[in-house]
Design a protein. Structure first.
Length: 196
């Protein structure tokens, strides 16, 4: 009898170990799949961000041998909080022209002056944004993706980017969340009356 109880309890322990091992393996496989999926999203996001030219407006630049060159340590941080614009000829704007700052992180036009936002992973950028905030910002053109936020200003081409698939936008967001955080509070826009 004791031998039978010993055999049955040994079998129960072996079954329990097998069940735990299988569940652990399944959990590990799911984690590996999720990690692979995340890596694929980030890679896709990197491709899209680089192909679509997000650096053109969102990355500060300095003049180099071939014109404006991205400042790597400030990549995606937008118009600098302490940045200075050259004098703006309002008579040119009155004729319908739009002017860009030398590094393209700011533009002046009939709407006033707008500054490219910080889209790094820092809290002053999109570090505290949810994926839903990002989708709303791009699909509906809302500042910080807030439902009651003001509209994004030119030259941000959100009305073009809104045609991207949700999967592409989520990939862009996943990539931007991996960028080096750069603390930079971008100034608010200026109305046409404030242009000097």
């Amino acid at each position: 009898m004791r031998k039978t109880i010993f055999i049955l309890s040994s079998m129960a322990v072996m079954i329990a170990i097998a069940v735990v091992a299988c569940n652990s393996s399944t959990t590990d496989n799911k984690k590996q799949t999720a990690t692979a999926d995340s890596a694929a999203m980030v890679k896709r996001g990197s491709y899209l961000v680089n192909a679509m030219g997000c650096d053109d407006c969102h990355s500060p630049k300095r003049m180099g041998a071939h014109g404006p060159e991205i400042i790597p340590e400030l990549r995606f941080s937008g118009f600098r909080h302490d940045g200075q614009l050259p004098p703006i000829d309002t008579s040119v704007i009155a004729k319908g022209w739009t002017l860009f700052a030398p590094d393209f992180t700011s533009a002046a036009g009939v709407w006033g002056i707008s500054y490219a936002g910080n889209i790094t992973s820092d809290a002053t950028g999109i570090g505290n944004w949810t994926e839903q905030n990002f989708l709303r910002a791009i699909k509906q053109g809302k500042l910080k993706g807030l439902e009651n936020g003001r509209d994004l200003l030119p030259p941000m081409p959100w009305f073009v980017y809104k045609n991207l698939t949700d999967e592409d936008l989520k990939s862009i967001f996943a990539y931007l969340k991996t960028t080096k955080p750069v603390e930079n509070v971008v100034p608010g826009p200026k109305s046409p009356a404030e242009i000097k």
